[in-house]
Design a protein around this ligand. Structure first.
Ligand code: ZN
Ligand code: FE
Ligand code: FE
Ligand code: ZN
Length: 275
């Protein structure tokens, strides 16, 4: 490690049907890697069983909370474990999502956009739809949804803020429309006082890049938008993955601290190189 480890706030459990490992195993891996704080953020239930195959069911939520709380309490002396959730922003579901948020004392709720209309654009099963759509439109629609997710004010952090690039399809270079949509998204994040996640997950995906692109990090840093880190671990071995690489990017744009969450309150942690 080049840097003192910072909190990793993005990890899943098998309840979402596409992750492996018990919460205890994520915690043990975090300790092994020298982390002092993690947060679990499994995919939240959605109303009406929307895309139920890729998330926990509403009746699994109590069990999720119990497992995270019990690991939190058991590990309290050696690791801080936060209780979070990766909620979806999908227009029309806001009321149900807000009820879920209000129903528990979360440490943080991350808002993620995984759908454009009925298209789960980051789902490998729906990758073929990339061949039928206009890529520039998809990028604009995506950033518009992320902007709207921030504008709801419902979320503490904004997950993997350019997930749209996951499979490597690129908006036309220099697209003014995409540049504008990106900037409007960042303005919405800034205005809502939410936090942008810098995520190493893209390094493990076809795109092979951190989310968001360094161009977006640069813009956000210049605007004073704060960042938090997430590995988006879907297996214990991924805990803390890519942390140094993400911190390098933040450092290079003058970001000197990241956000830590507790009961939806924020605290800043300095980024420190280990020497
Ligand atoms: Zn997932
Ligand atoms: Fe996600
Ligand atoms: Fe995730
Ligand atoms: Zn995620």
């Amino acid at each position: 490690m080049k840097y003192q480890p910072i909190p990793d706030y993005h990890m899943h459990t098998p309840r979402c049907n596409h992750a492996v490992g018990e919460v205890r195993e994520y915690a043990e891996m975090a300790i092994q890697r020298g982390l002092q704080e993690i947060g679990m953020s499994d995919h939240s239930p959605m109303p009406g069983g929307f895309d139920a195959a890729w998330r926990m069911d509403l009746n699994e939520l109590p069990d999720y909370l119990r497992e995270v709380e019990s690991v939190r309490d058991e590990f309290a002396a050696k690791l801080t474990v936060r209780v979070g959730l990766e909620a979806d922003f999908h227009p029309g579901t806001e009321e149900d999502v807000q009820m879920m948020i209000d129903g528990y004392a979360w440490d943080y709720v991350m808002g993620s956009v995984h759908y454009i209309g009925d298209w789960a654009f980051d789902n490998p099963d729906e990758e073929v739809r990339w061949e039928q759509i206009n890529i520039e439109d998809a990028y604009c629609d995506y950033f518009d949804l992320v902007a709207r997710s921030a504008a709801t004010g419902m979320f503490d952090s904004i997950g993997h803020p350019d997930l749209i690039k996951k499979f490597g399809q690129r908006a036309p270079a220099g697209s003014k429309r995409v540049d504008k949509a990106e900037s409007l998204m960042l303005e919405a994040v800034k205005a809502s006082e939410s936090v942008l996640e810098i995520s190493s997950a893209g390094l493990r995906k076809p795109v092979g890049e951190i989310y968001p692109h360094s161009r977006i990090v640069k813009k956000a840093a210049a605007m004073g938008v704060p960042f938090c880190f997430g590995s988006d671990a879907h297996a214990p071995v991924e805990v803390g993955h890519g942390m140094d690489a993400c911190l390098d990017v933040l450092q290079s744009y003058g970001v000197r601290e990241v956000v830590a969450f507790e009961k939806r309150q924020r605290r800043m942690i300095g980024i420190r190189e280990i020497r």
